[in-house]
Design a protein around this ligand. Structure first.
Ligand code: GDP
Length: 200
């Protein structure tokens, strides 16, 4: 599955405290599991994917937890030629999900460079980041803390809201807690933006 645009779910009720569905952009290196995560969220099951050329977009309605509601999720291709497009998709996004294959230790440096590039780009300024350490089901997968260290998260700007969460698109573990964290960060971000507007 993949490489198709579908909008099967209608627009609808919203998250408490938010006026519309959330616009979430999912980025990460190719094969990190972005498309699998998108369809795990959409369909509640693991589906075989093909590498994303361009993007996939799905409207996903999640129930329960602080992060319940309607999400518009963009999964943007991760091959190096497609990465310059990330910035364009990140424009005016509510939150970014950066997916890492936690079992692939050889590409951590590449993932680190892309995460830092993305966090610095003006288009995504202020958007909270959920760092997903995916493929936790695989033996030898790094823990979220190890991924955070390998990606030098502490070197990002202190104003960047970021949480790291371990997950598996294969069995779905960790996804709901991750989205709850992202939802909380988005609310926090909006509150602080409102406060700084009032001060002006
Ligand atoms: P993308 O290029 O980032 O969209 O990655 P895909 O979603 O196409 O996944 C790349 C490969 O990793 C596919 O063979 C998936 O079946 C596999 N994969 C994705 N997520 C997981 C996971 O959580 N666990 C395992 N074991 N394999 C995964």
């Amino acid at each position: 599955m993949g490489n198709q645009l579908s909008e099967r779910a209608p627009g609808g009720p919203f998250l408490p405290g938010l006026a519309q569905s959330l616009h979430i952009v999912v980025v990460g290196l190719d094969s990190s599991g972005k498309t699998s995560l998108l369809y795990r969220l959409k369909l509640g099951e693991f589906v075989e994917t093909v590498p994303t050329k361009g993007f996939n977009m799905e409207r996903v309605r999640l129930s329960g937890g602080g992060g319940g509601g309607l999400y518009q999720v963009w999964d943007v291709g991760g091959q190096d030629k497609q990465r310059p497009l990330w910035k364009a998709y990140a424009r005016r996004t509510d939150g970014l999900v950066f997916v890492v294959d936690a079992a692939d230790t050889e590409r951590l440096e590449e993932a680190r460079a892309e995460l830092h590039r993305m966090a610095r780009c003006p288009e995504s300024q202020g958007a909270p980041i959920l760092l997903l350490a995916n493929k936790q089901d695989l033996p030898g997968a790094m823990t979220p803390a190890q991924v955070e260290k390998a990606l030098s998260v502490h070197e990002l700007s202190p104003s960047t809201l970021l949480h790291t969460q371990g997950c598996s698109a294969l069995d779905g573990d960790g996804l709901q807690p991750g989205l709850d964290l992202l939802h909380d960060m988005i609310l926090q971000q909006r509150r602080s933006q409102r406060q700084s507007r009032k001060k002006r």
